[in-house]
Design a protein around this ligand. Structure first.
Ligand SMILES: [Fe+2]
Length: 203
C-alpha cells in the first residue's frame, strides 16, 4: 500500500493519499487545497485517482472534490447525510474498495452529522473528530457534544496500536496512536456523557 499524509492550505489541513500498488488505483481523502500538487504526487507515484473520499462536508475538506473529479473521473464518496455532491453514499460499517484495498467506514457524528473516520491497514483517518491531543469542535452548525462523546468512545474501543491520522495539524506530532490519545488527550479523560457535554461548553 502507498500512503501519504500531505499538509495543505492555510488552515493546517491534511489531505491523504491511499494507493493500491497492485492496481495502481488511489483515493484522495479531503482534497480541498493545492489540488495540482496532490494530482502531481499521484502521477509521480504512477497512481490513477479513482475515488475522492470526504471525512465530512466542511469546505476546507471538500473544496477540491469537483476539480479532482473533472480531471481524473474520480467518484466522490461521502456519508449519506453529507450535503456535498456525491456519487457513492456510505454509512457506518460500509467498506470502500480502493483497488484491492478495503477501507472501513466508521460513522462519527459530533463535529458535524455526516462525519466519518476511515480505517485500513492499522491506520485511522480521524478527520475533525480526533486530533493529536485534541478533539474536534462541536459548536459549529450541526455539531453535537453528546454525539461527539459517543463517537470518541467508539474510536477508543479500537486497538491501542492503531495509528491516528487527523484532518488538521493541530498537535505537537502529525500523527499518533489510539494508545497515545487514550493516555494523553485531555478531551478523552474519563467523563460521563453529561460531564463531557459540560466540558465542551467551557471556553
Ligand atoms: Fe471541520
Amino acid at each position: 500500500m502507498i500512503f501519504k499524509q500531505v499538509p495543505v492550505g492555510s488552515f493546517q489541513n491534511f489531505s491523504y493519499l491511499i494507493g493500491d500498488e497492485s492496481t495502481k488505483k488511489a483515493a484522495l481523502v479531503d482534497p480541498a487545497w493545492e489540488v495540482d500538487r496532490l494530482l502531481q504526487l499521484c502521477s509521480e507515484l504512477g497512481l490513477a485517482v479513482s475515488l475522492v473520499i470526504n471525512t465530512h462536508s466542511h469546505s476546507d475538506h471538500v473544496g477540491g472534490n469537483e476539480v479532482v473529479s473533472q480531471r481524473t473521473g474520480a467518484k466522490v464518496v461521502a456519508h449519506a447525510a453529507s450535503p456535498v455532491h456525491k456519487d457513492i453514499s456510505v454509512t457506518d460499517g460500509d467498506r470502500i474498495s480502493v483497488g484491492n484495498l478495503s477501507v472501513q467506514v466508521i460513522h462519527t457524528p459530533g463535529h458535524c452529522p455526516d462525519h466519518i473516520c476511515l480505517l485500513f491497514d492499522n491506520k485511522l483517518l480521524t478527520g475533525d473528530t480526533l486530533f493529536v491531543g485534541e478533539c474536534g469542535r462541536t459548536d459549529l452548525p450541526g455539531g453535537n457534544s453528546g454525539d461527539m462523546y459517543d463517537s470518541l468512545n467508539k474510536l477508543l474501543e479500537l486497538d491501542d496500536k492503531i495509528e491516528v491520522y487527523p484532518g488538521h495539524d493541530y498537535g505537537h506530532n502529525k500523527s499518533s496512536t489510539i494508545r497515545y490519545e487514550r493516555q494523553n488527550n485531555y478531551t478523552l479523560k474519563k467523563r460521563t456523557r453529561e460531564q463531557f457535554i459540560q466540558f465542551m461548553k467551557e471556553p
